[in-house]
Design a protein. Structure first.
Length: 314
């Protein structure tokens, strides 16, 4: 008679208990949950920081907009952003103008200066950039270095010499001192921007055009200008905004109130020797901001394309 020894058989649950594979799986799951928690925490901190930055940046604009609906007596010394008493009288006063001159006169002067600045910058900067980037002439490097050097020269250094020159020419109290430099490629920033953009364009385009008998004028008009559209639009945006917001230039050269631009008109509302109308000033500031905002929104997609465009591959 034989004896058969029976070995106890472990169930699946018993075998799985304390198994190294299951321990590793649980550790990996815990690590993944911890990683997700850390990523969620970082995203939360990032979004809170961005939100705080947006609040800081937009607070002046929001305060200006809300102040335009407040009575003038509630603007200074009142820490509340939301008006306690809403009024539209400030916009009525702003549209009515000041010193016997309507708002639309100031608006027209600013528009003339801004549009003429855009036209002058585009015409002069594109031609100058083509000469520096595509035409080999003696002293090109020296002239280009001198032009770039003017970027380091503060505007305040040349204020007095420029004023003396324009005064001797009889151009003070007109728009010419504010526009003449735009048409003479005196804005080195725009020339430099277009030169760098044009240098990224392949020279094979020029060579192919010359083989077909095209000269510099035809190459510039038919090839370069269409390809430079992002840079041209970017320069137009900057030229428009800078001219629209310019305060010092019109303050120096414009003496008659009917020639004032909007930034100068804003100053008239605040007079330390008489009553200051802060409400009308805030309303006019909002109205002056609208064209710049619309202009920027319409062409903002071209800014990055104009500044960061890479070279074309031929």
């Amino acid at each position: 008679m034989s004896t058969v020894s029976e070995t106890p058989t472990l169930t699946t649950e018993a075998r799985g208990a304390g198994h190294p594979t299951d321990d590793r799986t649980e550790q990996q799951s815990t690590a993944r949950r911890s990683a997700r928690t850390r990523r969620a925490g970082k995203r939360l901190v990032y979004h809170l920081a961005v939100l705080a930055l947006v609040v800081v940046i937009l607070y002046p604009a929001v305060w200006m907009l809300m102040s335009s609906f407040k009575p003038s007596s509630d603007i200074i010394g009142n820490i509340n952003v939301i008006p306690e008493t809403w009024t539209f009288d400030n916009y009525t006063k702003a549209f009515g103008g000041i010193a016997g001159i309507s708002f639309w006169t100031f608006f027209k002067n600013s528009l003339i200066l801004a549009v003429a600045s855009v036209v002058g910058v585009v015409l002069s900067a594109t031609v100058s950039a083509y000469a520096f980037a595509r035409i080999d002439f003696p002293g090109r490097g020296v002239f280009f270095a001198i032009m770039i050097g003017t970027l380091l020269l503060p505007f305040h250094v040349v204020i007095i010499p420029q004023y003396i020159i324009f005064n001797n020419l009889g151009l003070v109290n007109s728009f010419w001192p504010l526009l003449l430099g735009k048409f003479l490629a005196a804005e080195a920033f725009f020339v430099f921007l277009m030169v760098q953009f044009m240098r990224n364009l392949p020279r094979e385009l020029d060579e192919a055009a010359r083989i077909d008998g095209a000269g510099h004028v035809r190459i510039f008009r038919s090839i370069m200008l269409p390809l430079m559209r992002p840079a041209i639009i970017t320069s137009s945006i900057f030229a428009f905004i800078w001219s629209w917001n310019d305060f010092l230039g019109p303050l120096l050269y414009l003496k008659q109130p009917d020639l004032y631009s909007l930034p100068i008109a804003l100053r008239i509302y605040v007079d330390q020797t008489s009553v200051s109308d802060y409400g009308a000033q805030m309303a006019m500031a909002v109205l002056a901001l609208i064209p710049v905002l619309l202009f920027f929104i319409a062409f903002q997609r071209y800014i990055v394309a104009g500044v960061a465009t890479q070279g074309l591959k031929g």
